[in-house]
Design a protein around this ligand. Structure first.
Ligand SMILES: Cc1cc2nc3c(=O)[nH]c(=O)nc-3n(C[C@H](O)[C@H](O)[C@H](O)COP(=O)(O)OP(=O)(O)OC[C@H]3O[C@@H](n4cnc5c(N)ncnc54)[C@H](O)[C@@H]3O)c2cc1C
Length: 278
């Protein structure tokens, strides 16, 4: 009887040890393994449009479902995706877009799209309805972000060029171990053209010591506290970190703006290593 009981105790101990190892291993994999992303750099994959929200007469937010509610897109910070669609002549068109969501937003990703009347890919988004699928390939891009890789970022964005900046700024500010400061100058034609204004203003009120934003408008409203005209050298000097080896200035806007900003930065003494264009 005694022998039987001591055997049972041994078996119980072994069973508990095996269970503990099993639970420990599962937990280890849960906390250390990053969920696999849904993108393929070589092959277009289809994602279903589950919600379309019109934000202004020519801007809409598109929410796409990932395969499961716990899936992540798997897009590294500062990189973009290629989207394929049909233009008004039914010809294939592929253009880059940066989601405004991060991998901390599980189960879906969102694009904020400005649609131009003559735009080829704009046409595709214009006619897209909930339930339709979008072909997406990625990740793409040369920008590699590591937390604390610089002391501060200056960002010069124009129009839809805000989306990569917003993605990088969000990733920095939402990471408690990242101490990078972000100084964003955002240029548009009119007040109504400013994209993600509420989200940007929220970042600036939630992180007042780490995120500054200065808006610049070509055609400002009557009462306006931001900049007027184009982004000038003086505006960059006032609102961006001064040239230094541990800062970087990011640019993303229409080609003429990128060219003008590159010239401004060069004449202010920013070396090529201190600049990056998306
Ligand atoms: C890294 C990266 C990320 C991007 N992310 C986004 C994003 O998140 N959301 C988004 O809406 N766009 C984004 N863009 C821009 C996008 O890739 C397309 O260029 C844009 O949607 C226009 O494409 P289209 O085929 O409709 O226009 P096109 O057929 O190329 O152009 C037709 C006409 O549209 C007008 N137009 C086109 N682009 C611009 C512009 N930038 N400024 C002013 N007028 C223009 C011009 O009149 C042009 O002649 C991004 C671009 C890059 C490089």
């Amino acid at each position: 009887m005694d022998v039987l009981q001591s055997h049972r105790a041994e078996m119980l101990t072994i069973a508990m040890a095996v269970m503990a190892i099993g639970v420990g291993t599962a937990y280890y994999f849960y906390v250390t393994k990053k969920p696999k992303g849904c993108l393929d750099p070589e092959k277009f994959k289809e994602f279903k449009l589950v919600k379309r929200t019109q934000l202004s007469h020519n801007v809409a937010k598109f929410k796409f479902a990932l395969p499961t509610p716990t899936s992540v897109l798997g897009l590294p910070i500062g990189q973009h995706i290629s989207c394929r669609g049909k233009d008004s002549l039914n010809e294939d068109v592929v253009k880059p877009y940066t989601p405004t969501t991060l991998d901390s937003d599980v189960g879906y990703f969102e694009l904020v799209i400005k649609m131009y009347p003559q735009g080829r890919m704009s046409h595709h988004f214009q006619v897209m309805r909930e339930g339709d699928y979008l072909a997406v390939k990625g990740p793409k891009g040369r920008f590699k972000y590591q937390p604390n890789q610089v002391r501060a970022f200056g960002m010069l964005a124009g129009g839809t060029g805000i989306t990569p900046m917003f993605q990088v700024a969000r990733a920095i500010l939402e990471n408690p171990s990242d101490r990078t400061n972000v100084h964003l100058i955002y240029a548009n034609v009119t007040y109504e053209d400013i994209l993600l204004k509420e989200e940007l203003d929220n970042l600036s009120s939630n992180f007042p010591n780490r995120f500054n934003i200065y808006y610049v408008l070509n055609q400002p409203p009557e009462i306006w506290e931001g900049g007027v005209g184009f982004i000038s050298k003086e505006i960059i000097q006032t609102y961006c970190p001064a040239p230094a080896p541990d800062i970087k200035i990011l640019r993303c806007g229409p080609p003429p703006m990128n060219k003008a900003m590159a010239a401004n930065l060069e004449s202010l003494g920013y070396s090529p290593e201190m600049q990056f264009q998306f």
